[in-house]
Unconditional design. Structure first.
Length: 157
């Protein structure tokens, strides 16, 4: 990584931290991203333990669907072959007292390029629902159970 690219990443991280401190509310998006075989895509970040559904923050001036498409591409090289469908909206007090997450299901996603591990994503891939990694987070498992097993939805992420 060039010195300029490293500096740009530091600036973006500082801007994100400042935004979290000054914004009245934050919105994130996540997806239950399923391939044609029905496997779910999960990511493990370098900065927090566990496997998560892919997603991230909605930036100023960005729609939730545009943010979801961007995050799926960035975190997994994923493209949606059909429009994702909104299936839930959650309050996420673990991130901040002002954070909410829009959850989508994206069927028949395709991985157009492999995501090599880097400073943000340590590992990613598709997993069969009966073979999730042991490190899949409680929230990830809860969202999958809500969707696939009709478990009662919990409004808290």
């Amino acid at each position: 990584m060039s010195e300029m690219a490293a500096w740009q990443k530091i600036v973006r991280q500082a801007q994100r931290a400042l935004g979290l401190l000054t914004r009245p509310a934050t919105l994130g998006v996540r997806a239950i991203a399923l391939d044609a075989a029905g496997r779910v895509f999960l990511v493990r970040h370098t900065y927090t333990p566990g496997f998560y559904l892919p997603g991230g923050g909605v930036e100023s001036g960005e729609t939730a669907l545009a943010a979801l498409a961007r995050e799926l591409s960035e975190e997994g090289g994923l493209e949606c072959s059909e429009p994702p469908r909104l299936i839930g909206f959650y309050y996420n007090p673990r991130h901040s007292r002002r954070d909410h997450v829009a959850l989508y299901v994206a069927n028949n996603v395709r991985q157009t390029r492999n995501r090599a591990p880097d400073w943000e994503i340590a590992e990613s891939g598709f997993f069969a629902l009966d073979a999730l990694p042991a490190e899949a987070t409680v929230s990830t498992r809860a969202r999958l159970a809500e969707y696939f097993e009709a478990a009662p939805p919990d409004p808290i992420w």
